[in-house]
Design a protein around this ligand. Structure first.
Ligand code: NAI
Ligand code: PYR
Ligand code: MG
Length: 542
């Protein structure tokens, strides 16, 4: 079991790792003078000691006083705290963007200080650099853009990518997060503006897995957008054309993958926020050729499975009881289907019966309960479609309320991207479920797209629930000193470890077995005491 001592040891080794890889021993800077001050990888601002100022041609380019790293750190945190105070009472989006701006400016100026600040305050800053604020940043990216970060490959670069990849200044890249911007969180197609997601994900790699920030690369593959508002926006920074489709689309992704693995054969590519059809197709196309994975399908599934196993324990049942859990999954997209596939594999392993492994799982999409009677049934959803004979009292397309009333599930898990679909009626119906401790996973992002809020879940489904959401909510005060614990069921608990594990083991491919091991490992961190309090995942700052 995970003890305090191990926590402390792991934090220590993580920070050592960060410093040993982020600031490699004999770090040779090939730049001089002002070029160094304008390079966030090497810039120390006023922190350059006098000897370095002489050696690097910086004398006279900085005010004379040398400010230590610790003083710079304290000064930044002071500015941040005063900004926090000054934006209190302002609309949430204004305050959130102000916090993002101050962090982003530091990121653009001095990465060493930025990552130190981020790692030490990850719990406070994750909602800014990651969900929910990163969603707002993507929505407004063309207006917020000041300095480029990462690489942009567009449909106009066809035939050029092999040479373009050598424009990236780092000799070595370990982790790439790639998006085509087609399904950014629950916000839909944001085209080139989706670059904010790879940037935020890679910040988590540095903060949580100690990956060297000079060896990460956020990438936007701009194949156009079908977002009319963006196409009409004269300040939009991406290609103003409809998305490429079919073979034209795939040839762009193929060319990118070939270019990346030619220059960096040991890199790992994480596919992120691709619309469902391309998420599945690219995973199948590349997973046996390159070291890659799809975070929305596979990372999310691992985190959800860890939470589902924790839920069984929270109900006071043995893990062997997992196959008997009745689970309703709302959302048949890349994330929902990824979760179901992994949960079904887990049940099949436990029972040895693959044919009946999906028996207790129910899948709904925007047209309601998915059954074998569904016209144009998506092949990816077919393994989870119910046989009409199996669901007495329910029909094809039954509403969520009907399903919850009839099935009386142990778990209601949302990956629909639709805010509020776990309505008051649905939550009250769950209150009547058979389960000793029903669980609600409102996993869609950002906050406004969550299937329900934490407060509504505890209010309508009762205090005896387990609650998790994709974006953070505050714990809920239930009165009489009782607290409704809010978990953050987000793939951020797994992807940094998947990338780090694949990288340091030199894995050539990322297999289902590795993802399953990651999920089980995450679940095993939790003590019985925590699980009894409804805590399913470790605290973010650990
Ligand atoms: N917490 C986490 O770690 C993660 C959360 N997500 C979130 O999950 C959401 C969905 O992501 P994807 O599966 O990739 O999207 P997707 O677009 O592939 O799938 C969305 C699914 O929801 C269904 N849906 C839409 N309206 C519905 C309604 N009213 N009732 C029931 N189902 C409805 C659609 O039919 C579709 O099957 C997004 O908001 C995303 O942010 C995704 C990955 C990880
Ligand atoms: C967390 C995440 O990957 C998503 O919402 O898409
Ligand atoms: Mg995602």
């Amino acid at each position: 079991m995970w003890s305090q001592a191990r926590f402390a040891a792991s934090r220590l080794s993580r920070s050592r790792r960060l410093f040993s890889s982020a600031i490699p021993g004999p770090c040779i800077v090939h730049k001089r003078g002002a070029d160094i001050l304008h390079d966030p990888w090497f810039n120390k601002d006023t922190g350059f000691p006098l000897t370095e100022r002489d050696r690097l041609g910086l004398r006279g380019l900085l005010p004379p006083r040398v400010i230590s790293f610790e003083q710079q750190y304290a000064r930044f945190m002071e500015s941040y705290r005063s900004l926090e105070k000054n934006t209190k009472g302002q609309p949430d989006s204004i305050a959130a963007l102000a916090k993002w701006r101050i962090l982003n400016r530091l990121h653009d100026r001095n990465e060493t200080l930025y990552y130190r600040v981020l790692i030490d305050n990850i719990k406070d800053f994750a909602p800014t650099i990651y969900t929910p604020t990163v969603g707002l940043v993507c929505q407004n990216y063309s207006g917020l853009f000041r300095r480029p970060r990462g690489m942009y490959f567009s449909a106009k670069d066809k035939g050029e990518m092999m040479s373009m990849i050598y424009n990236w200044p780092a000799q070595q890249v370990d982790m790439i997060v790639l998006t085509d911007g087609s399904r950014i969180l629950g916000l839909g197609d944001l085209g080139v503006q989706g670059i904010g997601i790879p940037i935020g994900k890679l910040d988590m790699y540095v903060a949580a897995a100690g990956i060297n920030p000079q060896r990460i690369l956020p990438v936007m593959l701009d194949v156009g957008t079908n977002n009319q508002r963006l196409l009409e926006d004269r300040l939009y920074l991406g290609l103003r054309q409809p998305r490429l489709e079919g073979e034209e689309y795939l040839s762009i992704v193929d060319e990118f993958m070939e270019a990346v693995f030619t220059r960096w054969p040991k890199a790992i590519v994480q596919f992120e926020d691709f619309q469902m059809k391309w998420a599945f197709e690219t995973l199948e196309r590349y997973r046996k050729r390159f070291c890659m994975f799809n975070d929305d399908i596979q990372g999310t599934a691992g985190v959800a499975l860890a939470g589902l196993l924790g839920t069984v324990r929270a109900q006071g049942r043995s893990l062997a009881d997992f196959p008997n859990q009745k689970i309703v999954v709302v959302g048949a997209g890349s994330a929902g289907l990824g979760v179901l596939s992994m949960a079904v594999q887990a049940v099949a392993r436990m029972t040895g019966k693959a044919e009946t492994a999906a028996r207790n799982f129910f899948l709904l999409d925007k047209d309601g309960l998915v059954t074998k009677e569904r016209k144009n049934l998506d092949p990816a959803a077919a393994p989870f479609a119910k046989d009409p004979g199996q669901i007495v009292g329910l029909r094809e397309g039954a509403s969520l309320l009907e399903v919850v009333k009839k099935v009386k599930p142990d778990v209601l898990l949302g990956l629909s991207g639709v805010g509020g679909v776990f309505s008051e009626e649905v939550l009250k119906a769950l209150h009547e479920s058979d389960s000793s401790k029903p669980a609600i996973f409102a996993m869609s992002n950002p906050t406004m797209n969550a299937e329900c809020t934490a407060a509504d879940a505890f209010k309508h489904a009762g205090e005896n629930i387990v609650f998790a959401s994709g974006s953070p909510f505050e714990n809920v005060n239930l009165g009489n000193g009782k607290v409704g614990h809010v978990n953050q069921a987000n793939n951020m608990y797994l992807f940094p470890g998947i990338g780090l594990g694949a990288s340091i083991s030199g894995a050539r491919f990322i297999t289902d077995g590795m993802l399953q091991a990651a999920a089980e490992c995450l679940a095993s961190y939790m003590t019985d005491e925590e699980i009894q309090k409804g805590i399913l995942y470790p605290s973010i700052d650990s």
